[in-house]
Write a protein that binds this ligand. Structure first.
Ligand code: VGL
Ligand code: ZN
Length: 209
């Protein structure tokens, strides 16, 4: 696949809290870092996201009496899955992972910083209305095609890809440079959503070939 100067690599939530030993560990989340470092070296434009929650965040099970992590509740904007406390602003678990070697990353986009709205997507918060500003950033800079990798495949990668595509960016997911949380139905649902939206799933080898 020939990459173009108008491509961007969007790396989602590569933070210690999503890696083994972290607060919301994704199995094998650390295994993808070498692959991602290699990919990033092939892209002129790299953008990172950082999940970045205040204490008492609406997505934390601990913020809701009687609720446990991985359950679901209804909030003002619809269903919200509940998580262990994770990616607290300025905590070590919320840092950009120290093994991520992308000195040329141009933007670190923080999301999920509003106590009352979660944000899986790098484009729109979980009310599916509040923009993060990323679409405007990409458009102003003439970046048209997105390659997406990172964590987690079935949450933040999923919703970032779906929203990016819906907002008019050509969008490709690098599947072997992701790992999934894997709640019931979440991976199948993601694969169906990508197929329905016309989002190809490729490998890192396809991208660098
Ligand atoms: C994520 C759950 C909660 C993710 C972030 O990065 O996929 N998942 N916060
Ligand atoms: Zn989060």
């Amino acid at each position: 696949m020939t990459t173009r100067p108008t491509d961007a690599l969007l790396l989602i939530d590569l933070q210690p809290d999503f890696m083994p030993g972290g607060a919301l560990a994704v199995a094998g989340g650390d295994e993808i870092l070498p692959l991602i470092n290699g990919l990033a070296a092939r892209f002129e434009h790299v953008i990172l996201t950082q999940d970045w929650h205040p204490e008492g965040h609406i997505s934390f099970a601990s913020s809701h009496a009687g609720q446990a992590p991985f359950g679901q509740i209804e909030v003002a904007y619809g269903p919200q899955t509940l998580w262990p406390d994770h990616c607290l602003q300025h905590s070590a678990g919320a840092a950009v992972h120290p093994a991520l070697d992308v000195p040329h990353a141009e933007l670190i986009l923080r999301k999920g910083f509003r106590r009352e709205i979660d944000s899986y997507s790098a484009f729109l918060e979980n009310d599916h209305k509040t923009p993060t500003g990323l679409a405007g950033y990409l458009r102003e800079r003439g970046l048209q095609r997105l390659f997406i990798a990172g964590l987690a495949y079935d949450y933040c990668v999923r919703f970032s890809a779906i929203d990016g595509k819906a907002l008019g960016f050509e969008t490709i997911v690098i599947e072997d440079a992701t790992r999934a949380v894997g709640l019931p139905g979440s991976v199948d649902g993601t694969n169906e959503a990508f197929a329905g939206a016309g989002i190809p799933r490729v490998t890192a080898a396809d991208v660098v070939a």
